[in-house]
Design a protein around this ligand. Structure first.
Ligand SMILES: Nc1ncnc2c1ncn2[C@@H]1O[C@H](COP(=O)(O)OP(=O)(O)OP(=O)(O)O)[C@@H](O)[C@H]1O
Length: 593
């Protein structure tokens, strides 16, 4: 009781000054009341009168032996803690001067470079703790295949599984790079909405900081080299940011069959545009180019755009105008965030147009019931035509971009959207001509540069496996090819090798049977897909296929007409369309007929 009172007295006198003597006397009186305690104080070496200045107070406190011990402990502990902190500080300083540390966040592209680079390292083949992954880090490329997989026939069935060996997330791994030791660790943490995000950390033991740059350059080069045969596809997410969704192998331009001149016109124009930046800027013309591809469905509009992207080495940014939640501001943001050289693709621009694209955005309407199915919901997109026009050539519009828009309903597009400056070149894609049918046939059955027809990778590998057993060398005679093209007789799954003259002759026969501009290229491709390894049967059966297609189209037209007249009151049962092909039958159910 007495010590706190004494301290209170001292503190009070220090702060309150001499005028507070009454209060000090009061405390003294209180202390002198506690006789028992005070009586013992002289024995403890504590003065019985109370100091009123600071040095005396310190003397008083120091006169307590227990307090002295505490003070010593506190000072000693503080000293030790300071030493510990200094030691750690110097340790980390020294450690960091030996190591270069780099972190890569999963959502960043550089993370993909590093992971692809790591997946090619030989270290993981011998490691005892590795992660097995089928992720390709936005690449369509072979990662590390399982050793011996090529020799295992059962692995042929798992052709598409590409297993990569990666550093484990549960341990710290070592890699050597250019004679430097590197520590690799991967950590995951809980991100937003429970999404797990990964960070890759590399610690390189090196004084020379340029080694990190070298590593990044190597990893990026390796990634781009692997990406060389692919194009990247980006779409917008709900935050109106671009997100990489896929890499697709480049499609050779020659695999797209158009009437003569169309492909050349497109490619020449696009190449000329990309090389003319200075020309545009010196004349004050916005450095942008727009192409409108319109015409029949399945005529190759989308295919040629992807193929062109591969040819020009550009990535494709798909702008989906009917995406729910996308409004004029979001669209402007998206277009202004496009990279300088890229292809922006707006598919089926008429679909968005007929639902919401008009100069004065219509208020949302209730879904209307349709006779044959669920009510048709209008798009939840809030794009207006003026918003689209502003986004395309407003101040925020990106320079250097090539815009491709596709539509099946050319006439329904507003003339403001189609005017030069927005859509500079309009190209019509028609239903297949005889010329296209013939070229498509040749495309299917002519051997490519490696001596194979257009066959699936599995067939190619089967072919490789059969290399020593079959009579594959050189072109075969007609009799031989007929025999080979019949699977029952040959038991093979590879297309026959036909001479170029033979294919030319058969392709003419095929094209003669196909009526001009009646079928789409997509439907011809669909037919030929059923005869991938049966070129003779394809020519023989195409007449029957045409009849069936016509009957089907007539039935569809009839049903559509009946629908339009409101005669259909109940949903009709699906119609089965059966296509006979030599090796198997395909049954397709067509709804609503
Ligand atoms: N001219 C063509 N040459 C080669 N293949 C073609 C051609 N046209 C279409 N195809 C094939 O048909 C399929 C559909 O083609 P694509 O998607 O490019 O047509 P589209 O005109 O964009 O159709 P839609 O207007 O319905 O979107 C693809 O698999 C493609 O290989």
């Amino acid at each position: 009781m007495s010590a706190p009172l004494m301290i209170a007295q001292q503190v009070f006198s220090a702060f309150a000054g001499p005028k507070q003597n009454d209060f000090i006397q009061c405390i003294n009186a209180t202390l002198s009341d506690t006789n028992g305690t005070m009586a013992n104080m002289p024995a403890m070496g504590v003065p019985t009168s109370f100091p009123t200045d600071l040095p005396s107070l310190i003397g008083l406190v120091a006169s307590f032996s227990a307090l002295r011990e505490w003070l010593k402990i506190i000072l000693f502990g503080g000293f030790l803690e300071t030493l510990r902190r200094l030691a750690f500080h110097f340790y980390y300083k020294t450690y960091n001067s030996f190591f270069i540390t780099a972190r890569f966040e999963e959502e960043d592209t550089s993370y993909n470079w590093m992971m692809v680079w790591l997946s090619t390292r030989p270290e993981w083949k011998k490691a005892r703790d590795v992660q097995i992954s089928t992720r390709t880090f936005n690449l369509n490329r072979e990662a590390v295949m399982i050793e011996g997989e090529d020799d295992d026939p059962s692995a042929l069935m798992n052709e598409s599984r590409q297993l990569a060996l990666l550093p484990s997330t549960s341990s710290v791994n070592s890699v050597w790079y250019k004679g430097r030791w590197m520590r690799v660790s991967r950590t995951t943490r809980e991100g937003y909405y429970g999404h797990r995000e990964e960070t890759l950390e590399l610690c390189i033991l090196s004084w020379d900081t340029s080694i990190l740059n070298q590593l990044l350059i190597d990893a990026k080069k390796a990634y781009l080299a692997a990406q060389q045969n692919n194009i990247s596809i980006f779409v917008s997410d709900s935050n109106n940011s671009w997100r990489h969704i896929a890499s697709r192998p480049k499609r050779p331009l020659k695999s797209i069959v158009l009437d003569p001149g169309i492909k050349d016109r497109l490619i020449d124009d696009a190449q000329d545009f990309l090389a003319s930046k200075r020309w545009y800027s010196s004349r004050g013309i916005p450095f942008r180019r727009g192409y409108l591809l319109y015409g029949a469905p399945g005529s190759g509009k989308t295919s040629i755009i992807h193929s062109l992207a591969g040819e020009l080495g550009l990535d494709v940014y798909v702008i989906s105008l009917s995406r729910s939640g996308l409004d004029d501001t979001g669209l402007s943001e998206l277009i202004s965030e496009l990279p300088e050289k890229c292809i922006a693709l707006m598919e089926d621009i008429d679909a968005a147009f007929s639902q919401t694209l008009n100069r004065d955005a219509e208020p949302e309407v209730e879904p209307k019931p349709t006779p044959n199915g669920p009510p048709h919901r209008p798009s939840t997109s809030k794009i207006s035509l003026s918003g689209l026009l502003n986004a395309l050539d407003g101040v925020g519009a990106q320079e250097g971009r090539i815009l491709f828009a596709t539509t099946n309903k050319y006439e329904s597009l507003d003339s403001a959207l189609c005017r030069p400056g927005r859509m500079d070149i309009h190209i019509e894609f028609k239903l297949a001509s005889k010329y296209q049918a013939q070229e498509l046939y040749k495309c299917f059955y002519l051997p490519d540069s490696e001596g194979e027809g257009i066959i699936s990778p599995l067939e190619a590998r089967n072919k490789k496996a059969n290399k020593h057993g079959g009579s594959d060398s050189g072109y075969s005679s007609d009799e031989e090819t007929k025999r080979l093209s019949t699977p029952k007789s040959s038991g093979r799954h590879t297309p026959p090798r036909l001479s170029a003259e033979k294919i030319e002759e058969m392709s003419r026969e095929f094209a003669d049977t196909i009526p001009e501009r009646e079928f789409s290229m997509a439907s011809l491709q669909g037919f030929l897909m059923g005869y991938k390894i049966h070129p003779f049967e394809a020519v023989k059966d195409v007449g029957g296929w045409i009849e069936r297609e016509r009957a089907e189209m007539a039935a569809k037209a009839k049903a559509k007409e009946a629908n339009a007249q409101g005669k259909l009151s109940a949903p009709s049962s699906p119609v089965s369309v059966t296509q006979d092909i030599p090796s198997h039958k395909i049954t397709v159910e067509v709804d609503g007929l």
